[in-house]
Write a protein that binds this ligand. Structure first.
Ligand code: ZN
Ligand code: ZN
Length: 360
């Protein structure tokens, strides 16, 4: 039921002349030209104009009196029911939705994911996360009224925020005219178009603890979206994503770094730089005659435990890379074979031969 009589502030028995007078006065007061064409002001004006168009037409008024809005289904112009419902859903409906519950409301929880490097995951560090929030408009402090302008009790609901429908059921319905707030800002705030809300961005600096693992969720109480009308602030959930590192793997507190080395380095030894978790590097000696897969250990150079009391180790796994060879290189390898002693290989061949002989 659209409270047309209440919209015009007249009784159900008002005479046509009274309705006309009431309309003229309200139309002057709520004319959108006085409110910089604000969308909410326009809708209020349209509601009033609509109430007048119905109540000033004896036939429509009679239908409305008997069947409420349902009696007006034949009205199909842009300013008719369908058009109005559409508009209400957009503008006044949006305020209505945000203010239906006038009591304290807890702010929303926020979920963000945070990518951290292997170093940060192992050693901890400070990082910043940004996330969007809806907050009270700074200009009007959430009231929806242009600063220093009048806010007055809504004449449609007498400041109660809801109106009692008489048809089809006598129930309280949220007042559309004031967005259920009971208060009408005659001059809606131009920064938030009268909604009282604006989009904001929160920057939060988070202490990533040493030893976090991929997929772990940090819960920061009271750092989500701000509450409304004195409600609690929501919580912030930060899901940690450890970026993959092409050469290093973390397992518990230990970090293994796989380093490719050449045949020459495997035979004669050498030196190589390996990355450390403080962001720097350390020079490591490759021992002579290192076979593929040999592991060197750097004690205490792994990740810190969450309590900071223990550190893991860093392992350097040598991976002997078999080179791609030119024709000349291939010839040289064949020559090299003749000059090489393969002790293990020889042992293996002997073992297989013996095995086959015993089966015969
Ligand atoms: Zn505002
Ligand atoms: Zn109202």
């Amino acid at each position: 039921m659209i409270p047309y009589y209440r919209l015009l502030g007249v009784s159900r028995t008002a005479a046509a002349s009274e309705i006309k007078r009431a309309y003229r006065e309200l139309a002057r007061r709520y004319h959108p030209d006085h409110h910089n064409g604000n969308a909410i002001a326009q809708e209020r004006f349209r509601l009033i104009a609509e109430a007048y168009s119905i109540l000033s037409d004896p036939e429509q008024r009679k239908n409305y009196d008997r069947f409420g809005a349902a009696g007006l289904t034949t009205v199909t112009s842009d300013n008719g029911m369908a058009g109005k419902v559409g508009r209400l859903v957009t503008e006044l409906g949006a305020i209505l939705e945000s203010r239906m519950k006038r009591g304290p409301r807890r702010g929303k929880d926020q979920r963000v994911s945070l990518e951290v490097s292997l170093e940060t995951a192992c050693m901890g560090g400070k990082r910043t996360v940004d996330f969007p929030v809806t907050e009270d408009c700074e200009t009007c402090r959430g009231t929806g009224a242009q600063p220093k302008t009048v806010r007055e009790p809504c004449h449609v609901c007498d400041g109660k925020g809801n109106v009692r429908a008489s048809w089809p059921l006598p129930v309280n319905e949220p007042c559309l005219f004031c967005g259920a707030t009971g208060i009408v800002a005659l001059h809606p705030c131009s920064d938030c178009n009268g909604h009282g809300k604006q989009d904001g961005l929160i920057h939060f600096e988070v202490d990533v603890p040493a030893g976090v693992t991929d997929g772990r969720c940090l819960v920061i109480r009271g750092q989500g979206e701000p509450g409304q009308n004195g409600g609690q602030t929501g919580d912030l959930f930060i899901e940690i994503q450890v970026t993959s590192d092409p050469w290093r793997k973390k397992s518990g507190l230990d970090v293994t770094c796989t380093v490719p080395i050449s045949l020459n380095e495997a035979v004669f030894g050498g030196e190589l730089d390996v990355p450390t978790l403080d962001g720097g590097s350390v020079c490591v000696r490759i021992p002579k005659n290192s076979r593929n897969g040999r592991v060197l250990r750097l004690r205490g150079r792994g990740a810190k435990s969450v309590d900071g009391n223990r550190s893991g180790d860093m392992y350097i796994q040598l991976s002997v890379e078999v080179p791609k060879l030119s024709a000349k290189g291939q010839k040289l390898v064949k020559t090299l074979e003749k000059e090489s002693i393969y002790a293990e290989r020889t042992e293996y061949r002997a073992y297989m031969k013996k095995r086959q002989e015993s089966q015969e």
